[in-house]
Write a protein that binds this ligand. Structure first.
Ligand code: ZN
Length: 139
């Protein structure tokens, strides 16, 4: 995946809750200003574009994964296809924790399994991705 903003600056990292029902930070916050363009991290389809409890949210479905952006506003209709890197929205609207100077990017698999977007977007993390499922044994 690619970063949704140019020159990404992570201002709050992913902190998964110890249990799914507990509080945590289910994504990363990237420094951003209202009006900044958001670029699709991967090919997908606009899955939601609107307001949830006063928060302006746009989500993109990428097959099994879903990206969520807040605050974000998009001129795309639900169901519209977006290409990796395409500007699909801009930073703006209401948010309960990114009110000033950031945009929240959440990534989940299925309904409630949250992943760290930074590990998917960071080139260094990609280099550390395991290539085998078998445990490494010292010799
Ligand atoms: Zn956040």
């Amino acid at each position: 995946m690619r970063w949704p903003v140019r020159d990404p600056d992570v201002v709050a990292v992913f902190e998964p809750p110890p249990e799914p029902w507990l509080a945590g930070h289910r994504g990363v916050d990237l420094a951003a200003a209202p009006g900044d363009p958001l670029h699709a991290p991967a090919d997908g389809v606009i899955a939601f574009n609107g307001t949830v409890a006063g928060k302006s949210v746009v989500t993109i479905g990428h097959g099994a994964l879903t990206s969520t952006f807040e605050p974000a506003r998009s001129g795309f209709a639900v169901g519209a296809r977006v290409r990796r890197g395409e500007a699909f929205a801009e930073v703006g609207g209401g948010s309960d924790h990114c009110a000033r100077g950031c945009v929240h990017w959440g990534l989940r698999r299925g309904r409630d399994r949250y992943l760290d977007p930074q590990s998917r977007a960071s080139p260094t993390a990609l280099a550390l991705k395991p290539v085998a499922t078998q445990p490494v044994t010292a010799s």
